[in-house]
Design a protein. Structure first.
Length: 195
């Protein structure tokens, strides 16, 4: 089945990974003239209900390790791979590559875009009863020290105007920034819509 999906993806001109994610689904809808939602990820509520493409939280078999296209550092230590849900792996790799192409290594470092603060983490939301989007491996955090949950514009470093393109790149891949949407948790991005 995987090879068949790959052949379909080649024909559609989308990323070839053998998995039907939103990008492939969007392209199929377009070809068939089906009124789809396009290249969109499910909502948080859909993810939590267990009815979305991401399945249940904490499932190791849904996770993959990806090699970032530029060096990332976790608490100052270089990370070899980052662990995410297999359905967002292509989007994450492509987004980081575009970040590298746009900013270059020096600017990436200056803005803290190489300061990685975690992705997959089987946990509940802070103070909440529901699972965090991190529990599905569909959220990533960057530069946590200077973008704490309660920090707002312009104190949160990722809210700076120079980071506009960083967010645009992620948003082009369907990711959502809580900072951009709600001016909280600027470290965080997720492949699930807020509503
Ligand atoms: Zn987060």
């Amino acid at each position: 089945m995987k090879e068949t999906i790959k052949a379909i993806q080649r024909k559609l001109g989308v990323g070839v990974d053998g998995v039907i994610g939103p990008e492939t689904l969007g392209a199929i809808c377009k070809v068939l003239g089906v009124e789809g939602t396009g290249n969109e990820w499910p909502t948080q509520a859909e993810v939590r209900s267990g009815w979305s493409v991401f399945g249940r939280p904490g499932r190791e078999e849904n996770l993959v390790n990806i090699e970032p296209p530029y060096p990332l550092y976790y608490e100052g230590k270089k990370v070899q791979t980052i662990r995410v849900h297999n359905l967002i792996a292509t989007a994450v790799k492509q987004a980081l590559q575009e970040v590298l192409d746009h900013y270059g290594l020096d600017e990436i470092h200056r803005l803290g875009l190489d300061n990685y603060s975690g992705s997959y983490n089987y946990r509940k939301t802070t103070g909440g009863a529901s699972y965090s989007m991190h529990a599905w491996g569909i959220a990533l955090d960057f530069a946590a020290e200077t973008n704490a949950y309660s920090m707002h514009k312009p104190q949160a470093t990722l809210s700076k105007p120079e980071c506009e393109e960083w967010w645009r790149i992620w948003e082009r891949h369907g990711a959502v920034s809580l900072g951009r949407e709600r001016d909280v948790d600027w470290m965080h991005l997720q492949f699930a819509r807020l509503n």
